[in-house]
Design a protein around this ligand. Structure first.
Ligand code: IMP
Length: 184
């Protein structure tokens, strides 16, 4: 069953053009990031904040690679209709725990223009964390509109639309265990 499902994706019978990052490279890079983050946050009160839905699989794998005490909380956002590309987002689900005085690691699936992450950083900083660093699995750096410090970056990718490993196209393809490029 599983093999048939994946064969369908990899033989061009659908919207997937090619695999950009295979599962083994993804998992290896995530565990490298986990090791570096664990070193940097040793003895710190680490609050991982993952942005839904796109980062849920990355955050789950990353958390399992952390060897420090960490909590995880989720925030869900959607763009304001009528203001596309403004970076102003509506929080549709807020954090459940306070982050005041804690070390926030903001986990994003992909940084494109940077406007969303920039907005999230601004509102989270208003809550008075001890520190805030950004961790992004993918960086489409060629499309950046705003300068953003990405402390932990998985891969720099070209300007293509990607799906899989939590990321979607019209809510589909989040379940692919690799990062794939959609057919243009
Ligand atoms: P930004 O505000 O332009 O940086 O957009 C960031 C958000 O747009 C990400 O968190 C994703 O939800 C979405 N996004 C940007 N590029 C892609 C892509 O190639 N595939 C899936 N989602 C994307």
């Amino acid at each position: 069953m599983k093999e048939n499902f994946h064969k369908k994706f990899l033989t061009g019978e659908n919207e997937i053009a090619k695999v950009l990052i295979p599962q083994n490279r993804l998992l290896q890079r995530v565990s490298e990031l986990g090791a570096v983050i664990s070193q940097d946050y040793e003895d710190k009160d680490l609050a991982v904040v993952a942005i839904l839905k796109g980062s849920f699989i990355f955050a789950a794998d990353l958390l399992r690679d952390l060897t420090v005490n960490a909590t995880i909380d989720f925030m869900s956002i959607s763009s304001y209709a009528g203001q596309p590309g403004s970076g102003v987002v509506r929080i549709t689900k807020d954090l459940e725990e306070s982050v005041t005085g804690r070390h926030i690691l903001l986990v994003e699936d992909i940084i494109d223009t940077g406007l969303t992450a920039n907005y999230l950083i601004r509102i989270l900083k208003e809550r008075g964390p001890a520190s805030l660093s950004l961790c992004a699995l993918l960086d489409k750096s060629a499309r950046r509109l705003i300068d953003l410090p990405i402390a932990y970056r998985g891969f720099d990718i070209p300007d293509v639309f990607v799906v899989g490993y939590g990321m979607d196209f019209q809510q589909k393809y989040r379940n692919l265990p690799y990062i794939a490029v959609l057919r243009a």
